[in-house]
Design a binder for this molecule. Structure first.
Ligand SMILES: [Zn+2]
Length: 256
């Protein structure tokens, strides 16, 4: 069976047979041990240490044939730089009582309202916008996440259907995931997958992402013809792209 074509997704793991990746390097930092992921790139000319500003994860890229102890020495010699860079990253925001979280681009304070039963919901009152959560304190992060994922799925489903109707194409299953490398994907069968974190962004950004994936129903590529279709759906899509380039990484600092 021919593998299905996918765009906006890395090749699914079952389609490639990678050699076992090198194990991470563990280093001691002032605030405890830390694991550095290691990747080997034959084309790399030297060792490169990078921090992903979305996840705060560190990766060491190695040319082929570098001895393990040299790689470890290099990472250890960069511990001070690593520490400074990590400290400069915005802190992670857990979904706990009192935390400020954007929903559809508007900051909301999470308010835990005791053990009573009730659906998680948004409210805007004299003290601003709040995200009301019931239940035990331990249940709050999970409930907030489930609520945001459900809101994301609802908004993305509505936007995808609207754009599909406008372009005259069919779409398949719609789902939300927690992807880091892509905001959305479209399979050859028309199944659409999105990052739930798009619900944190202003609505025009989510709307553009839906248009982007739905437009792949006509063109499974990023050709000039493809972008013409996107422009039909979202004339000023560049504004949304720009927003994602600037603020997209920060969306990964919220929740799990
Ligand atoms: Zn695309």
């Amino acid at each position: 069976m021919a593998p299905s074509r996918l765009v906006d997704l890395l090749i699914p793991p079952r389609l490639r047979k990678p050699p076992a990746p090198p194990s991470p390097i563990r280093i001691e930092m002032r605030d405890g041990p830390r694991e550095i992921a290691v990747v080997v790139r034959p084309a790399a000319r030297r060792m490169i240490l990078r921090i992903d500003r979305r996840t705060g994860g560190a990766t060491l890229t190695l040319p082929r044939g570098v001895a393990r102890f040299r790689a470890e020495q290099f990472v250890q010699s960069q511990a001070g730089w690593l520490e400074a860079r990590l400290k400069a990253l915005p802190p992670r925001v857990a979904f706990t009582d009192g935390a400020m979280v954007p929903v559809r681009g508007v900051m909301h304070r999470i308010r835990h309202v005791g053990s009573g039963r009730g659906a998680t919901h948004l409210e805007t009152g004299p003290e601003g916008s709040v995200l009301m959560v019931h239940g035990t304190p331990e249940a709050v992060p999970g409930r907030v996440l489930r609520f945001l994922r459900a809101e994301a799925l609802a908004d993305l489903t509505a936007a995808s259907r609207r754009h599909a109707t406008a372009l005259g194409v069919t779409i398949g299953r719609i789902s939300v995931k927690d992807t880091v490398s892509r905001w959305g994907s479209c399979s050859s069968r028309g199944d659409l997958a999105y990052s739930w974190r798009l619900i944190l962004a202003p609505p025009f950004v989510l709307d553009y992402l839906a248009a982007h994936e739905v437009a792949h129903r006509l063109e499974m590529n990023h050709s000039a013809r493809y972008w013409r279709n996107v422009r039909l759906l979202v004339p000023d899509f560049r504004v949304a792209e720009d927003w994602l380039n600037r603020h997209g990484p920060a969306l990964h600092h919220y929740g799990p």
